[in-house]
Write a new protein. Structure first.
Length: 220
């Protein structure tokens, strides 16, 4: 016995589309399938609507990806309540880097994404506040925030790559076997080039940048 056709009026109504709901669905899709799948067409399928309906709330895929990034910036840990301002600043930057490392495809996209939502503004405000608490002049702090986020993002994008172990071993071999007559500095410093856990190198880089931002005036 065949079932009777079901009237559209008997189906549960779909939730109304909102920008917040679209971004939330995009974040869920990112976590499940990666950023490549976060397209307007694929998202429309998830929300049981047409792609044209999404463009009312999000102009294009680039804006969607920037909104996804801003949503995840909300998971960046706030600075500890107490402690040295440099260490507190490093904690925030490390949390930001860690968030990107959890989403490799987003880390690469973040190099060119331009988030402008509330979580991005909160992150920038936090970094400026920490630099200001250390006595860093306002203009140096402003330029410094850009530099710190660039380094953190690039680091996450680099380590989020799909390099095989063979690629890394080839690099190690090339550095260690570099002839001293043509590459004396590499031959003498090969082990130093390779030494250090990623966490230690990231910490050193942040502290180096912070110290430089504190001491280097912005040109007129």
């Amino acid at each position: 016995m065949t079932a009777s056709p079901r009237s559209r009026r008997e189906r549960p109504a779909k939730p109304a589309l909102t920008r917040e709901g679209i971004v939330s669905a995009a974040v869920a899709l990112l976590r499940a399938e990666g950023l490549r799948k976060v397209t307007m067409r694929r998202l429309a399928q998830e929300l049981d609507t047409g792609p044209a309906s999404l463009y009312v709330y999000v102009r294009n895929t680039d804006e969607l990806h920037a909104a996804v990034l801003d949503e995840l910036l909300g998971t960046v840990a706030p600075p500890p309540a107490a402690g040295d301002w440099r260490e507190r600043l490093e904690k925030v930057l490390t949390s930001y880097t860690g968030m990107l490392l959890e989403h490799p495809s987003l880390a690469r996209s973040a190099l060119t994404a331009r988030p402008s939502g509330p979580n991005y503004l909160r992150l920038v405000e936090t970094l400026l506040d920490l630099l200001g608490s250390g006595g860093v002049p306002r203009t140096q702090a402003a330029w410094g925030v850009d530099l710190l986020l660039q380094h953190a993002t690039a680091t996450a994008a680099e380590h989020a790559g799909d390099d095989s172990p063979g690629d890394w071993q080839a690099l190690v071999r090339a550095l260690r076997e570099a002839p001293s007559d043509t590459h004396p500095h590499i031959a003498a410093g090969a082990e130093a080039l390779l030494r250090g856990a990623p966490e230690a190198r990231l910490s050193w880089a942040f502290q180096t940048l912070i110290n430089g931002i504190e001491r280097t005036a912005v040109p007129d």
